[in-house]
Design a binder for this molecule. Structure first.
Ligand SMILES: Cc1ncc(COP(=O)(O)O)c(C=O)c1O
Length: 371
């Protein structure tokens, strides 16, 4: 927490706005708009709910297809199934580790050739660990085929490409404010778009699809997805420290970069997600890739277990969705980029509050392991 969150929460209590609407909800939506430059935002109870609403508004239904990045958390994909649709998984490219534009092209031309392009209702890339995907290329391909884009920017609030915020390129963007994100409302999310109508519809669907009438009237099936005014109070305080948090996370990355530069100089080859000159990542998590051929036989899993013994938590990268038992048999386009990332990649401790002592422990452990 940054410090001012309690003031906003206190205000909610004093004004008795303990509901999924109120001044903090409106204020938090404005804060998101002002920070990202998006024109419309709806504060919701989760990022997963935001993806569900985006796909629902785009009309995804039974037997429809959504082309989604395979290398991601399950929440990017499950809402496709909530609506009866089918995910089609797309591989990553090896620079940003996000959706590969070439694999996306291949998938789209496959569906065009077999006459089922009209079943493709959306393209869903993810900005993993905060790193902007090649979203300009992805949106250009999507536009060529006339298919809308939903950007999963759950992990990347504050990241930009060509000076434009992730989440604001597609027809819809979503953010998450879950407890593990760079800023949090304990649990929460947002749906954003440049379309007023779409976000108004999103708010209505998030409020049980209630019509504008003095009594309870419903002409569509909605959900209970609005953010509480208490949680939004936390969000308002958190927005005040978002820039500081990004600076802290980027400093973590620079520190790891320096450590691994020295380790690489002694004959290893450890790589990070690449931030192109046109990108700016919030570096939510710093993750490494250990090429199995170029690290003297040392493996990711040995490193993870070594750190675990020292009570330093590190985790494998996301297991691709096309390898998940629950999505067995789904179509997949690409090669083995995301499979290799999963096999040989590791997320390192990346909190905004790593202390001097923490860093000494991490740095010593890494040096001991590699040398
Ligand atoms: C890539 C990605 N997409 C979607 C989500 C879902 O967000 P939430 O946990 O707010 O539902 C998360 C995080 O949890 C995520 O990391």
């Amino acid at each position: 927490m940054g410090g001012t969150e309690q003031n906003f929460v206190q205000e909610a209590f004093e004004e008795n706005w303990i509901a999924p609407l109120g001044p903090n909800v409106n204020g938090f939506e404005s804060d998101i708009q002002n920070f990202t430059g998006v024109t419309h935002a709806a504060a919701l109870s989760s990022g997963t709910g935001a993806i569900h609403l985006a796909l629902d508004i785009l009309g995804v239904g039974p037997k429809d297809l959504v082309l989604v990045q395979s290398f991601t958390f399950c929440a990017s994909v499950n809402p496709i199934k909530y609506l009866g649709g089918e995910p089609v998984f797309i591989d990553s490219e090896s620079e940003t580790w996000n959706m590969c534009p070439k694999a996306l092209q291949k998938a789209l031309s496959f569906f065009k050739t077999n006459g089922s392009l009209d079943r493709v209702k959306a393209i869903l890339p993810v900005h993993l660990y905060g790193m902007p995907a090649k979203i300009d290329e992805i949106c250009a391909i999507a536009a060529e085929y006339g298919i809308p884009t939903v950007e999963d920017a759950a992990e990347s609030i504050g990241s930009t490409l060509l000076g434009k915020h992730t989440g604001t390129f597609g027809d819809f963007g979503i953010y998450s404010f879950n407890g593990n994100k760079i800023i949090t409302t304990s649990s929460g999310g947002a749906l954003v778009s440049s379309s007023r109508e779409k976000i108004e519809l999103g708010r209505k669907l998030a409020t049980q699809g209630r019509d504008d009438a003095p009594h309870y009237q419903h002409s569509m099936i909605g959900y209970n997805y609005r953010m509480s005014n208490v949680c939004a109070g936390i969000g308002r305080g958190q927005m005040e420290v978002l820039n500081d948090r990004i600076t802290q996370r980027r400093e973590n990355y620079i520190r790891y970069q320096e450590i691994f530069e020295s380790i690489n100089n002694s004959g290893y080859s450890i790589a990070f997600q690449e931030e192109s000159p046109k990108a700016y990542s919030n570096r939510w998590l710093t993750a490494i890739y250990m090429d199995p051929e170029r690290n003297k036989g040392k493996t990711r899993e040995e490193l993870r277990l070594y750190l675990e013994e020292l009570n330093i938590e590190a985790r494998p990268l996301w297991k691709p969705m096309h390898l998940q038992p629950v999505y067995e048999g789904a179509l997949y386009f690409g090669t083995s980029v995301c499979e290799e990332l999963f096999k040989h990649g590791l997320c390192l401790p990346s909190g905004s509050n790593l202390s001097k002592e923490d860093w000494i422990r991490i740095e010593d452990a890494l040096w001991e392991f590699f040398t």
